[in-house]
Structures are given as structure tokens and as C-alpha cells.
Design a protein around this ligand. Structure first.
Ligand code: PLP
Length: 396
């Protein structure tokens, strides 16, 4: 079969590949601790499920407007205005099946051959994949451990030019759990105004912040008309399988993104959207309880990893990932990750699954129970001891 040339430029998200490999090992009777996939291990809160079921029973099973039902767009506009501290109307909101399509639609709407798009490295792999698919040039912006995985403002200044159409940021960040410093946001806003580019701000983990308050680039001077906020329900309300996300963006952008949605998915199911209204307007305790539990796990995982000889791990400020440094083992991160799965029974990702700058790191999602995390830490310690021995063996 012959496929269009652009298909060769499309990447993937290797968390799903590792999940398939881990399931295959389980099918052979091997026990695996799953730390690969970025999804809360909690059930969707009951009142949200009830709202979805009630909507189904009430016959909410038909097409809806492509940008979303008015009640949800209003609830999202109100929520985003309140949490970001800027006034945003419902006409700026486009509701999508999960937040991922916002990446696809925004990049396709803004960038093509001859354009450049800056994206975080390491970063969520879909950014680079979709930039390449659009025909634009993907320009990596390095996030370094020395800066707690924020970026150096002067490095960004060196990457942008008149060809830059879009800069993508993500804070709190997948895969490192880092957040972007205020200085870096200031410089990004200054550069966006100077070079006339847009910013896609992936804020899907904004409610999963353990230290400090979430600050969006949209509050910076001139950024109201240059920012697309990507957010959704998957992480905050443990609704990954419902497929409900959104973008909040300037009106001309919302019109283009809606046109892409009409061409692609038509709309999001009405019952899912009504569950989303219940999530935003109902009790927030379940979401807060989940974050408190993630904080306990983060502390346990960071402490456990730092006890393993040769591993060092920063304490992330947000999301539910850790990104330990394993460069002392002198082995490719992807190989270490494979050995951890095959020999240790721990499914996780090599840092390079998130870009070249992830070499020397592993990514673990701690969206798993404390007992499972403790078991994983023990297995990681044992397997890495073998990795170290085999490394010394080949060198000796
Ligand atoms: N943005 C980031 C940084 C993510 O990690 C994810 C999911 O893993 C998404 C967006 C996509 O979320 P959704 O499941 O709502 O499409």
C-alpha cells in the first residue's frame, strides 16, 4: 500500500506502545507495575458520572454545535476567567474530544512549509509529531534540569524569528513535572509581541500543582490576543476515557479551529459535555483529594529514587510525573527502560520518548497506588544494580 508522503513525518506517543508490550508480558503470566501511562488511577467522581448517565437517559444523544454546547462553553469561560484572572467570553471556547485535537487543529491552522514552530524538548511527543506533519520546521527549546526544567529566556530569544508562527509551552510539564519560571514567561510574551507569533499554552496540569500558584502566559501584556490555552477534563477530573477537552483562544482562531472540528469530529457527545458542566460547576473536593494523594506519592517516589545508587531526582512542582537522571549508568535511556520492563517488570519510559534532550532520564508516572510504587522502586533498584554491573562488565 502506498501512503501520502506526509504520513512518514507523523510520529507517535510511545506510552501506548509500551503499554501494549507490558500487556503482552502480562498475558504470558509476568507481573508488571504500570508507570508508563499518564492517566489518573482514580474513578471519575460519582456526581460527574451521574450527570452523564442522566443526560443519556434524557435523550442527549444527538449532534451538538461544533464548538460545544452553550452551557459548557459558558462554564469553561467562567472557570478559565476565574482561574487565570482575565476576562474571557464563551465565544473564545472550542470544545474537543480530549484536549489533544487542540494541538492538532492549532498547529495545522497556523503553520506550514517555510514556517517554524518552537516546542519544548523534552516535551509531550505529539507537539513535534504534528509540527512535522504540518510541513513546518520543528525547533526544539531545551528544558534543562539545572533550571528545574524551565527554559533559559536567552535561549528562546535565539530560536525565534520572523519565521516563527507558534511557540508551544506546557506548565506544569509532562514529562518532568517542572513549571516555567516567571522570567521565562515575561521574555516569551515580549518576544511574541516583537515577532508577532502565537503561543499555545498547554495547561492541562494546571490544577495539579503542589508548590505555588499556576500562572498563565495569557495574563502578560499583549497576550490575550496571542494565547491559546489548552485544557481539559482528562487529568483534573480523572476523565481520560470520556474524551473531553477544550481550547480558549482569540475569536479569529476559534473560528478556524471550529472549522477544523467540523471537518474532523463534528462535535463532542452531548452527554459527555453535560458531564463536563457538572465537573466544573459541582463539588471540587474529589479533584482536590486526588491532588493530595498525588503529593504523598510524589514525595515517596522522589525519596525512593534518590536512595537508589546512581539515580538523582528533582522534586517536581506539578503533574504526576518524575524524571530521574540516570546518566551515571552510561546506557541509552530507552535500553534501560526496556530492561526495567523485561527484567524488572516495571513499565516506564526512557526520556528520549519525549525528545532528544530526554537522554539520560527516565519518566515515571506515579498515578499508581503507594504499595505498587514501593514495589516498583524495589524492582528498579535491583534492575539498575544489574544494569550497572553489566555496564562495568562490558567496559572491563
Ligand atoms: N497535554 C499534555 C501535556 C498531556 O500530557 C496530555 C495527555 O497525556 C494531553 C495534553 C492530552 O490530554 P487528553 O487526554 O485530554 O487529550
Amino acid at each position: 500500500m502506498q501512503f501520502a508522503e506526509r504520513m512518514s513525518r507523523l510520529g507517535t506517543e510511545s506510552a501506548f506502545d509500551v503499554l501494549v508490550r507490558a500487556r503482552a508480558l502480562e498475558a504470558q503470566g509476568k507481573h508488571v507495575v504500570h508507570l508508563e501511562i499518564g492517566e489518573p488511577d482514580f474513578d471519575t467522581p460519582a456526581h460527574i458520572v451521574e450527570a452523564g448517565v442522566a443526560a443519556l437517559r434524557a435523550g442527549e444523544t444527538h449532534y451538538t454545535p461544533a464548538a460545544g454546547i452553550p452551557q459548557l462553553r459558558e462554564a469553561i469561560a467562567e472557570y478559565t476567567s476565574r482561574t487565570r484572572g482575565v476576562e474571557l467570553g464563551p465565544e473564545r471556547v472550542v470544545v474537543t474530544p480530549g484536549a489533544k485535537p487542540i494541538m492538532f487543529f492549532v498547529i495545522q491552522a497556523l503553520a506550514g512549509p517555510g514556517d517554524e514552530v518552537v516546542y519544548p524538548d523534552p516535551g509531550f511527543p505529539i507537539y513535534e509529531s504534528v509540527i512535522n506533519y504540518s510541513g513546518a520546521t520543528a525547533v526544539p527549546l531545551r528544558l534543562s534540569e539545572e533550571r528545574a526544567f524551565s527554559f533559559a529566556p536567552e535561549e528562546l530569544a535565539g530560536l525565534v524569528s520572523e519565521r516563527t508562527k507558534l511557540v508551544i509551552i506546557n506548565s506544569p510539564h509532562n514529562p518532568t513535572g517542572g513549571t516555567i519560571s516567571g522570567d521565562a514567561l515575561d521574555e516569551l510574551a515580549r518576544l511574541a509581541n516583537e515577532h508577532d507569533f502565537m503561543v499555545l499554552s498547554d495547561e492541562i496540569y494546571s490544577r495539579m500543582l503542589y508548590d505555588g500558584v499556576h500562572k498563565s502566559i495569557i495574563t502578560r501584556p499583549g497576550m490575550l490576543e496571542r494565547t491559546i490555552i489548552l485544557d481539559g477534563f482528562s487529568k483534573t477530573y480523572a476523565m481520560t476515557g470520556w474524551r473531553l477537552g477544550y481550547g480558549v483562544m482569540p475569536l479569529p482562531m476559534a473560528e478556524q479551529v471550529t472549522r477544523l472540528a467540523v471537518n474532523c469530529n463534528s462535535c463532542v457527545p452531548a452527554f459527555t459535555q453535560l458531564a463536563g458542566v457538572a465537573a466544573l460547576t459541582g463539588p471540587q473536593e474529589p479533584a482536590e483529594t486526588m491532588v493530595a494523594e498525588f503529593r504523598r506519592r510524589r514525595d515517596a517516589v522522589v525519596a525512593g529514587l534518590n536512595e537508589i545508587p546512581g539515580v538523582s531526582c528533582l522534586t517536581p512542582a506539578g503533574a504526576f510525573y518524575v524524571f530521574p537522571n540516570i546518566s551515571s549508568f552510561g546506557q541509552p535511556a530507552s535500553e534501560v527502560a526496556s530492561r526495567l520492563l523485561d527484567e524488572g517488570g516495571v513499565a516506564l519510559l526512557g526520556g528520549t520518548a519525549f525528545g532528544a534532550a530526554g537522554e539520560g532520564y527516565l519518566r515515571l508516572s506515579y498515578a499508581n497506588s503507594l504499595p505498587n510504587l514501593e514495589l516498583a522502586l524495589e524492582r528498579i533498584g535491583d534492575t539498575l544494580a544489574r544494569v550497572r554491573d553489566s555496564g562495568l562488565g562490558t567496559r572491563g
